[in-house]
Design a protein around this ligand. Structure first.
Ligand SMILES: Nc1ncnc2c1ncn2[C@@H]1O[C@H](COP(=O)(O)OP(=O)(O)O)[C@@H](O)[C@H]1O
Ligand SMILES: [Mg+2]
Length: 360
């Protein structure tokens, strides 16, 4: 029987630590109070973090955050094979020892019932407090973002829109796996080499829920929702519609995070009619030019909706612009093979089969 020992967390442990944490994850309906990214950031910046190793292999980890006399255990994770062997309790005892030397006298933990840390805490003398309700308010917008968002006609949507989407299991599953999870867990996605999507096209007949999906994703990510109305781009400014679109994207770039929605994108990106004067043409080109810059920033997603992929300018489907084309709602009168189609991305890592945790 190999034996385990405890040691400090090193930066090299990150990959394995996230894998182990991921094995413990139950459902996304019950996200942890302390996101893994926060716990890992704490560990990497010299916070209280201890790992258990067997030989070179990392099999467990615990992290805590201390403020004065109070500390929170933010992560307890154990590799599946190494549960129920006292490693969890040993990790907690070591965390406690370290916290004590910093003057901590009260240690708390907020865990989803049934997750690994619960047993270890109970075995280490922690008592549950019943009759408490955990309140949380996440402030996603800085003061400067709020003004800018108002100017863009954007807003924060209420929580829970995702859960309110009825049926649509196939679409929900595809969007959850390919879009929501990689964006919601960027640290995890990065560790697995999954590139979060930056732009997707939803297509389907009117009334099938494309707008609802776009809003639900914004609600799920708690990102501000901005809808771009091609008809509201102003001709007035020098440079016309294209300049107006550029200004809008420049404003969007100032936001910390944003879901940009363009409904009936064919309006902007209609097939070039071949007429000598095509009023939409300049705007189409401008939008296509702006997408790479939009893609380069973190924490943003462009969702374009269209009734018909065929009516889109083919340039939209060329590599490097959109990550996925996702059909929404039966019947599916057209479209690439029916299921969610991934578009090629030149010069980027692309992983079709995301490993467990991101894909499941
Ligand atoms: N999955 C769904 N669950 C509940 N309501 C839905 C769902 N999909 C669509 N709806 C409702 O149907 C109507 C049309 O949906 P919408 O998202 O505007 O479709 P689209 O943008 O594809 O035209 C809206 O009132 C929306 O609330
Ligand atoms: Mg719509």
């Amino acid at each position: 029987m190999p034996t385990w020992r405890l040691r400090d967390f090193h930066d090299d442990d990150l990959d394995r630590a996230i894998q182990i944490w991921d094995q413990d994850r139950q459902t996304d309906d019950m996200p942890p109070v302390f996101p893994v990214s926060e716990a890992m950031a704490e560990a990497r910046t010299g916070g209280t973090a201890v790992v258990a190793v067997v030989g070179e292999d990392l099999v467990g980890m615990a992290v805590a955050q201390a403020q004065g006399e109070r500390a929170w255990i933010t992560l307890v994770a154990l590799a599946r094979m190494w549960r129920n062997r006292g490693i969890g309790s040993a990790l907690i005892a070591e965390i406690e020892r370290r916290l004590r030397t910093q003057g901590v006298r009260r240690i708390g933990a907020l865990l989803v019932p049934g997750t690994t840390g619960t047993t270890a805490l109970e075995n280490s003398g922690y008592r549950t407090r019943d009759g408490l309700t955990f309140y949380e308010k996440v402030e996603h917008l800085g003061a400067s973002d709020a003004g800018l968002l108002a100017e863009l006609g954007g807003r924060m949507l209420p929580q829970g829109l995702w859960g309110a989407l009825a049926g649509m299991e196939r679409e929900k599953e595809a969007i959850e796996r390919r879009i929501v999870l990689p964006l919601a867990e960027p640290v995890l996605a990065d560790r697995y080499g999954v590139t979060p999507p930056k732009a997707v096209i939803l297509f389907g007949p009117p009334g099938t829920g494309k707008t609802s999906f776009a809003k639900a994703v914004a609600s799920r990510l708690a990102w501000p929702f901005v809808e771009l109305f091609p008809s509201r781009l102003t001709e007035g400014t020098a440079g016309g519609l294209a300049a107006s679109l550029r200004d809008t994207f420049a404003d969007l770039a100032e936001l910390e995070s944003v879901l940009l929605f363009i409904d009936e994108v064919e309006e902007i990106a209609g097939v070039r009619s071949g007429q000598a004067i095509d009023p939409g043409h300049g705007v189409t080109n401008e939008l296509l030019k702006l997408i790479p810059g939009f893609r380069d920033q973190d924490n943003r997603l462009l969702i374009c909706a269209t009734n018909s992929v065929r009516s889109l300018d083919p340039a939209f489907l060329r590599p490097g612009r959109f990550d996925y084309v996702i059909p929404v709602g039966p019947p599916r009168p057209e479209g690439p093979g029916g299921d969610l189609a991934a578009l090629p991305r030149p010069g980027r890592r692309r992983h079709q089969a995301a490993p467990t945790g991101v894909s499941q």
